[in-house]
Design a protein around this ligand. Structure first.
Ligand code: UFG
Length: 325
């Protein structure tokens, strides 16, 4: 297929772009390079420097004729979204409004969208199925829920074949592509920066959550396994349907357990300091991915947290300052 990967210079978008190329698809990456990196665009992909908020450029690019769009371009930090809600809605909801309008204007048939576990808020049950109540507790989660809602209506109205993938916590590296956020806010890359000697310690945001060790529990998925789900979603998408799949391993690890695993993998003590809770963080997020396993045959190949962190560590050591600018 001929595919436009919007946000394909970011962490997950670049890995999926690389996997699409490896599977024989033609790939064009569209990215404004605000959070993405030109060096993360895989060899073999065409590149357009464009913004998802620029509808005219999106339409002009899609007019070349594409079989589908994979839309990763978004703001994705829970804590930041609490401080800047309008910016999150503008980029995440407004950006996807543009993607859909451009797809409609150009007759582009398929959409795979990056949604999030943050749409569920504080769940009543874990693992969380797709049928769980949608009660986001952060502007980030609310913006992604609004977008998922829009995609459902757009699939029905315009016959778009759409799939939303609700990611839980993604980590690891694939094909020489890894995680390079500036500033970095995610637990695993920060722990590895401490191990590398770039930071003195790691803050633990909240030790009084209703969990066994008092720290938040998350479901960490290897970016390679997450990427594979996008290829399956693209093949399975049906005109006029909006499918929704949760993506995680189904196992939860606390912040302390993640740090302990990072200590084992790196052989570094990774000192920590206690810090207050971060706004917008639910205590526990663990995925049920039964639906995508049953319907698309998805199966994680690297479910082990130690492997996920080891792959991230290998990338971090090879790229101690991230991608070149
Ligand atoms: N944490 C710390 N110290 C840090 C960084 C993080 O204690 O220095 C904690 C957080 O409070 C949280 C956990 O580690 O409890 C994981 O935090 P991350 O920032 O790594 O990831 P999040 O769970 O906040 O968010 C990620 C993505 C979101 C997505 C969410 C879904 O960034 O886009 O997973 O689970 F919505």
């Amino acid at each position: 297929m001929d595919l436009l990967v919007i946000g394909g210079a970011g962490y997950i978008g670049s890995v999926v772009a690389g996997q699409l190329l490896a599977a024989g698809h033609r790939v064009t990456v569209y990215d404004n390079l605000v959070n993405g990196h030109r060096a993360a665009v895989p060899d073999g992909a065409a590149f357009v420097h464009g913004d998802v908020l620029d509808l005219d450029t999106l339409i002009r690019v899609l007019r070349r004729g594409f079989d589908g769009v994979l839309h990763f371009a978004a703001l994705s930090l829970v804590g930041e979204s609490v401080a800047e809600p309008a910016r999150y809605f503008r980029t995440n909801v407004g950006g996807t409004v543009n993607v859909i309008e451009a797809m409609r204007a150009t007759g582009t048939p398929r959409l795979v969208f990056s949604s999030t576990a943050a749409v569920y808020g504080v769940p009543d049950e874990v693992p969380i199925p797709e049928t769980a109540p949608l009660r986001p507790i952060s502007p980030y989660g609310a913006s992604k829920l609004a977008t998922d809602t829009l995609i459902g209506y757009a699939a029905a109205a315009h016959g778009i074949a759409a799939v939303s993938l609700r990611y839980f916590n993604v980590a690891g590296a694939w094909g020489g592509l890894g995680e390079d956020h500036r500033p970095e806010t995610h637990l695993i890359p920060l722990a590895l920066q401490v191990a590398l000697g770039q930071r003195p310690h790691l803050a633990i945001f909240g030790s009084d959550y209703p969990t066994p060790d008092g720290t938040c529990i998350r479901d960490y998925l290897h970016v390679e396994d997450l990427g594979h789900a996008h290829l399956l979603a693209l093949e399975a998408a049906q005109p006029g349907q909006h499918r929704i799949y949760n993506l995680g391993n189904g196992a939860g690890f606390s912040v302390r357990e993640v740090i302990e695993t990072a200590r084992r993998v790196t052989g570094h003590p990774i000192p920590t300091v206690a810090a207050p809770r971060r706004a917008g963080d639910p205590p526990v997020l663990v995925a049920s991915s039964e639906r995508i396993r049953a319907e698309l045959g998805w199966e994680p190949r690297k479910p082990d947290l130690e492997t996920i962190i080891a792959d991230a560590w290998e990338w971090t050591r090879a790229h101690p300052h991230g991608y070149p600018e």
